[in-house]
Design a protein around this ligand. Sequence first.
Ligand SMILES: *Cc1c(COP(=O)(O)O)cnc(C)c1O
Length: 415
Amino acid sequence: MTALGSAAQTGQSWTDRYTASVMNTFGTPQRVLVRGQGARVWDADGAEYLDLLAGIAVNCLGHAHPAITDAVGAQLASLGHVSNFFTTAAQVRLAEELASLVYPGREAGTRVFLANSGTEANEAAFKIARRHGGPQRPRVLALEQAFHGRTMGALALTHKAAYREPFEPLPGGVEFLPAGDAAALERAMGPDVAALIIEPIQGEAGVRELGTDYLEATRRLTEQAGALLIIDEVQTGMGRTGAWMAHHLLAPGLIPDVVTLAKGLGGGIPIGAVVAHGPAGELLGPGQHGTTFGGNPVASSAALAVIETIRSHGLLERVAHLGAQWARDIAAIPGVEEVRGRGLLLGVGLADGLASAQVAAALLERGFIVNAPRPDTIRLAPPFILTDEEAASLTVALGEVLEEQSAGAAIGGRS
Ligand SMILES: *Cc1c(COP(=O)(O)O)cnc(C)c1O
C-alpha cells in the first residue's frame, strides 16, 4: 500500500519512512509533530507537548501566531519572490528596522545583508573579515566551545573537532582561544588579526555567558589592533534574553563592527541577517556576495511581523520578567546546581550523577520539550508568549523527574 500523507499514519510509520528517505544527519527524530498552537504542539499519535525549546530558539511567538501567518499570507498572495535584481518595500523596511534595533541611534552608517540562516549570516561575516584583513591580516580569532554553523566558513569558526575534522581542509587562519580569558586574547591579538568572532552567551556550549569585563576587553583589544569585532547573536538576538541584543544587556555601550542574526528573526520562517556599522558595512561590494533567496519579501515580512509584535506586546519586558522568576524557581529544585543565561535562554546545570539526556527524555514522556546541549545541561528556550502557568508546570515536572532520577542514580551508584 502506498500512503502519501494520510493523517491516520502513526508516528512509528512516519519515522520508518523518514529513516528510509532522509539522510541520517540528525539521528532518529524523537516524535513526528503534526500541529502547533501557542506554546503547544501535538504529535502524530495525538499526544500534546509544551514546547520549551521552540525549534531551538526560533519560534519566538510560538506556533501559528496570527501576526506571522497574516503577514506571510498577505505577502505571498501579492508578491512572493523577486530575486536581487529587484527590491521590495519589505526588504528595505526590514533593513531599516534591523539597523535601528542592533545599532540604536547609529542607523546612519549601518548596513544590512539579508541571508537565509545563521550559518549563512556568519559566512558573510567571515567574508567581511577577509575583505578587512587581506593578505596582511590572515588570522581570525574564535573562542573555544564556539558554535557558528555548519557551512565550510562558519564550520571553520566552530570549535568542536567532531564537527570540523571530517571536512578539513577548511578555510585557514582560524585560532581558538579560551572563552572569557582576556589575558589570552591580549596575547593572541596583533596587527595580523582580521577579526574576532564571539557569542555573548554561548548557547550550544550549554548557555555560558561571557562577562561584561571580558566583552569590553574584546572591543578594546580588537580596536587597538585594528581588527573587526563580530558578535554572533544568531541564538541570543531578537529579544531572546529580554533585550533586542544580548550584548546590549551584557555590555551596554559596546559597539561591535558586525552582528549576525537568524533563529528567532523570522519567528519560524527561514531568514538570517548580517548587520554592520561603519567601514565594515562597506566591505562587500557588487558581485562579492549574494544569495537567491536572501531578502525575499515573504521572509522579510515575517521578520517585520515578529519585530512589530515584540514591540506592541511589550515582549522584551515580559521575557526579562518571566525569565528571571523562572530561573529563581528552577534554581531552588534539588538536583539543580545552577541556572545560567538571561531572559528565556536558560541553561539548567544538573548536579553530579544526573544525565541531561535522560532528564530530557523523561520530560518528553511527560509532555515537555527541552534539549540537552551538554551532558550536564538542560536548555530552555521557549516562545516569548509562554504563560506563568506553563512555565510553572515545567518547574514542577523537572522537580519530579530529578527526584526520580536522583533516586535511580543513588541506587545505581551503590550497586
Ligand atoms: C544555530 C546557530 C548558528 C547556525 O544557524 P543555522 O541557522 O543553524 O545555520 C550559528 N551561530 C549560533 C550562535 C547558533 O546558535
